[in-house]
Structures are given as C-alpha cells and as structure tokens.
Design a protein around this ligand. Structure first.
Ligand code: C2E
Ligand code: MG
Ligand code: MG
Length: 584
C-alpha cells in the first residue's frame, strides 16, 4: 500500500513552511527551480514519490495554503490528498512525461473542481525522481458549464426537461434505479389540441400562461418516479414505470384527464383544455426509450383525429411514416402543379338542370399513386399546407369557369363550389383569396360557392361570421357542407349568411331503408324551409333516392347516380350535352 508521508503530507503546519526547511537537505538540482515555483500563478509544488511514499519537497504559497486548508477540513481535505496521491502513483511507473486530470472536492458552497497537471523534472543520477504538480481552480467554469447544460436540457418556460433532457432523465432512471424483472416502462404523449388557437386569438403571453398552468396540472397527476417533459411547443410527455402494464398507463391517463377537466382561467376567459393522448409501452427494460417516445408520438397523431386515447400498435408507425411521405410529396406536388380538380355535377332535383359543379381536389402521385383527398387534406391540415392547397383550389376553380365560358362563347349558367377547410379559414385571409380568384378570372361572385363546415363555425364563431359576411360582399353563395355531422348551433345558422345546407351523405345514402335517417332528412328540410335555406342532398347513388328526395321537396342533389367527379374537359362536355333538357 502506498502511503502519504512523511516529511510534509499530511503534515503539521510548520513542516510545510518552506522557510522552516533546512537548506542543507534541500535537493541541489531544485534550488534554481524555487523562484520559478514561486512565480507560477497556480498552486504548484515539487513532489517526490519514493517507496510508495509521496512527499512535498517544496510548494509555492498558494499550494501550501491549500494544503493547510485541507488539513483543517479533516476527512474532506484528506480525501483530496489521497486522490492526488493515487493519481501520481499511477503516473510514476508510466513512461509519460506529463499528465493532467481533474479533482473534485466538497467546498463550503458546493463542489470545487481543480485541474491538475503533473510533469517529470529532469532526473539526476543517485537522486529520487521529482515531479512538478500544479492545480488550477476551475470551479467557476464548471459551474457555468453546469448551468448552461441545465438550460440546454430544460424548457425555460415550464422548467420541465425538454426533449433532450427527457432522454437523459429516462436513461438515468433506467440505469440508476432497481427495477423488478417484469417491469416495463411507458411513454404517454399529450398534445394540447387547441393551443395554436389560444396563441392566435389571445396572443403568445396567454399561450405561455396556458402552458405553465397545464404543466402544473400534469405534474400533479404524476406518481413518484414518473418524469414529465415538454418535448415540443404544445407537446408534453410522461415517462412512467409500469408494474401492471397497460392498466397502469391507463390509470395515469385517467388522472391526466381529470387534472385538465376543469377550465383554466386566462385573463377574463375560461378556457377548456382539450388534449389528444397517445401511449406506447416498452416490451422490456432494454427497449430503446427514443423508439418508445417516437411510437407514443405516432399514437398521439392518430388520437388527434380519432378523439380517443390511442395505444401504439404496430401499424401505427407505418401510418405515421405514410403521413410523413404524403406531406413531403404533397409539398412538391403543390409547388409543381401536381394536383388537379375534378368536377361533380350538382343537379336541380325538380327540373333536372345542372346548376353547378363541386370542385374536388385530385392527386395522382408518381410514387404514392392515387391518394384520396380524405387522406391528403387531413395531412395538409396538420402540416399547414392547407393554405396553399386551398388557395390553389380557389384560383383553379375560378379559372376553370372562365375557360368554360370562353370555350362556350358566353358565360355558362353554372357555378362551381369550392371546399374550405376550417384550418384554412383560421389561418388564411380567405376573403381576399376569393376576391383575387374572382378578379383574376373575371368571374361573377355569384358563380363561386364557398362550402364551409360546421366545425369551422363552432371553432371560432366571430371569425367565421366576419369571413362569411365578407364573402357575401363578394356576392358569393355560402353552403354548409356535411350538414348534420357537426354540432352547429341552430341559432347561429339563423344569424349567419348561409344560403345552402348540404345534407351529409351518411344520412342520405341509406335513408330508404333506415327510418331514423329519413326523419333526420325531413327535419333538416323543414328546418331549412323555415330558415329560408336551400338544401342539397349528397351521396345520391340510385334513382329511387333521387325521386324520394325530389318528392320531399329537396332542391338539389349530387351523387354517383347522376355522375362521378370528372375532369374539367369532361365536365364541360357533360354540361353541353345536357343543358336545357335533362330530367331526373
Ligand atoms: P365533400 O366536400 O363532402 O365532397 C363530397 C365527397 O363525396 C367527394 O369525395 C365525392 O367524390 C363523394 N361523393 C359524391 N357523390 C357520392 C356518392 O354518390 N357516393 C359516394 N360514396 N360518394 C360520393 P372526395 O372527392 O373523396 O372528397 C372527400 C372530401 O375531401 C370532400 O368531402 C372534402 O371535404 C374534401 N376535399 C376535396 N377537395 C377539397 C379541397 O379542394 N379543399 C378542401 N378543403 N377539402 C377538399
Ligand atoms: Mg364539399
Ligand atoms: Mg360534403
């Protein structure tokens, strides 16, 4: 065993005072070095290491002061001396000329760090080897580093770990805690659904306040040992140890829901927080946490659409990957004119006339093939591409009308319906979009109908109202699409400038067999009559349905029985072949 001796260490104060040292015994080759030692700005000393004993031969004032302090600290100081000795003992037998290392000791105000170097002094025959040791205090640099690192790993707003910090915390829990063999862990991803609307309508300060409150509430639903993080703008995630698999995870989900169930007060508003929740479970403790986080995020994406808590299943990630490739291909398609509009005739049920066409987006991608609008519109909404897609559709529909007019030599007696997404209505200036479409194409506003959905109105009634009135200023008719599937307030229908209700296909297509559906259709028709609205029935697939709806006094119909959506050129031919003498 090596020991710390001896002449100087650990030692009484007097014996380490260089003044008290007998000059006779001072190694001759070190005499010249003494001044250099005194001149060094950091703690420095010359040590010898003989017979496993470390001795201080000489040290500058800083070094000796540090040694004295160590001694006053007792065990803590000795700890540092022992560590230094062990390092030097390891260095001595190597052939290296120098070495450097860091030593940590507990100081009054927390840990202190010293960067130490050790170098061999030239050997002299018959003399022990001597080493020059220096120690530089690096405590303040290390503290700054630590603070920076903390900032790097945490979210400044909520003080929760961020995505990187989350990963580190998980690794830490998995490697430093004892877990039973059968334990699993789960990631619960939470997405605040309406957060961007709060930001848009109440401003970012309110958004921040909301996030802080939600973070606090989520924290209250954690059990000991669970980790909550903010892994994205409005995305939170929880790492949870699961002793009973899925049922533990669902238990936590239940607590999360309860914690967010009461409204949050923001200035003078009460906001109800909606969230989508997705979970993914590890198969064992060896599962890659990053992978589980990704899976939980894939599940939450599905939950955003389904409105239910979703647990990751194997196909889900594939679906997320498909959505990702749809998004990037769609971006290209929009930039390169890869989309087209198909036109489906709208038929006047009493006269059989073609009153117009609904413009429906179509996308045949070279790699993905034919992608259904139901799929790519959802991706466009989620990714924000919907604003450029919507603008393209409005310009294109108006241009198609003007091309038909010039082909025919005069304006056709038909209009075109353009679909608007609620997200597009929230994010884009839709009124000026239509104003431009009409101006660029020279089409009268009365020939371009906007199809809006109930959800757009429910989401932000004031904004929707302003927009609809602006469209009326352009003389545009307004249709409420998919009517009956949303939760619109009938009173708002009355006060909004809506002209047409389009009864959703789900009520129409099997109404002959289903009496309940028939009752709904009749109710909508009489509601429309009292509100002075016209009604279009969607999804008419048979003549029997067309006749039944005609009898009920429905104004207009659309469906495969009349025609499927078709190209711009076919739609023109369809119209020209039938205008004037069509019967239902
Ligand atoms: P929507 O606006 O309700 O359009 C009617 C949908 O019903 C169309 O589906 C149409 O092809 C389909 N359809 C029409 N008649 C029948 C029928 O008799 N039977 C059946 N089974 N289906 C019929 P499509 O083209 O797949 O479009 C689906 C949805 O995608 C549209 O529903 C609309 O919400 C959305 N969409 C399409 N193009 C656009 C667009 O340019 N912008 C926006 N925001 N949404 C669009
Ligand atoms: Mg529509
Ligand atoms: Mg519809």
């Amino acid at each position: 065993m090596e020991s710390i001796s001896v002449r100087n260490w650990p030692i009484g104060t007097t014996s380490i005072d260089p003044q008290g040292r007998d000059d006779e015994s001072y190694p001759q080759q070190l005499v010249g070095i003494r001044q250099w030692l005194a001149a060094l700005p950091q703690s420095s000393a010359i040590l010898s290491f003989e017979n496993n004993e470390l001795s201080i031969i000489d040290g500058n004032e800083r070094f000796l002061k540090a040694v004295r302090e160590s001694q006053e600290k007792g065990a803590v100081g000795a700890q540092m001396a022992i560590e230094l000795r062990d390092r030097i003992a390891k260095f001595v037998p190597t052939n290296r000329q120098s070495d450097s290392f860091e030593i940590r000791r507990d100081g009054k105000l927390g840990p202190e760090y010293f960067m130490c170097t050790i170098g061999r002094l030239p050997a002299v025959e018959g003399q022990p080897e001597y080493y020059l040791v220096t120690a530089t205090d690096r405590t303040s640099e290390r503290t700054i580093e630590k603070n920076l690192r903390r900032e790097l790993l945490s979210d400044g707003l909520t003080a929760l770990p961020n995505r990187t910090g989350f990963g580190e915390d998980i690794d830490d829990r998995l490697s430093n805690e004892t877990w039973p063999e059968s334990a699993q862990f789960g990631i619960i991803a939470i997405d605040l659904s309406r957060f961007s609307r709060v930001n848009e309508s109440l401003g970012p300060m309110a958004g921040d306040e909301l996030l802080i409150t939600v973070a606090k509430r989520l924290k209250s639903s954690l059990r000991q040992g669970d980790v909550l993080a903010r892994i994205g703008g409005n995305d939170f995630a929880i790492f949870a140890r699961l002793n009973n698999g899925l049922s533990d995870a669902l238990h936590i989900v239940q607590r999360i829901k309860e914690s967010l169930s009461s409204p949050i007060r923001l200035s003078d508003l009460q906001i109800r927080v909606d969230c989508a929740i997705g979970c993914a479970l590890s198969t064992s403790l060896d599962s890659d946490p990053d992978d589980i986080v990704r899976k939980a995020q894939a599940a939450v994406k599905i939950a955003k659409r389904s409105g239910k808590v979703e647990i990751y299943r194997n196909g889900v990630l594939k679906e997320a990957q498909r959505r990702f490739s749809i998004e990037s291909r769609l971006r290209d398609a929009l930039a390169q004119g890869g989309l087209t509009l198909a036109y489906q005739p709208l038929i006047h049920l009493q006269t059989g006339e073609i009153t117009g066409f609904e413009a429906l987006a179509r996308w045949d991608d070279p790699e993905l093939g034919n992608v259904s609008p139901v799929e790519f519109i959802a991706v466009a909404e989620e990714s924000g591409l919907i604003t450029s897609l919507g603008r393209w559709a409005a310009y294109e529909a108006a241009q198609a009308l003007s091309r038909w007019d010039s082909k025919f030599g005069q304006p056709l007696s038909v209009g075109v319906n353009v679909n608007l997404s609620p997200i597009q209505m929230a994010r884009d200036d839709v009124a000026s979009m239509f104003e431009e479409s009409l101006r660029y194409s020279g089409i009268a506003g009365a020939r371009l109908t906007a199809e809006v959905t109930e959800s757009a109105i429910v989401a932000d009634p004031d904004k929707a109202r302003k927009l609809l009135f602006a469209l009326k200023d352009l003389q545009m008719p307004i249709a409420m699409d998919d009517f009956g599937t949303g939760f619109s307030n009938l009173a708002s229908l009355h006060s909004l400038p809506i002209d047409i209700l389009k009864i959703d296909r789900s009520f129409v297509s099997n109404m002959i067999e289903d009496r309940d559906k028939q009752v709904i259709v009749r109710t909508i028709l009489s509601l429309a009559e009292s509100l002075n609205l016209r009604v279009t029935a969607e999804g008419i697939e048979t003549q029997e349905l067309a006749l039944a709806l005609q009898k009920l006094g429905c104004w207009q119909g659309q469906g495969y029985h009349f025609a499927r959506p078709m190209t711009e050129a076919d739609a023109f031919d369809y119209w020209r072949a039938r205008w004037n003498f069509e019967t239902v």
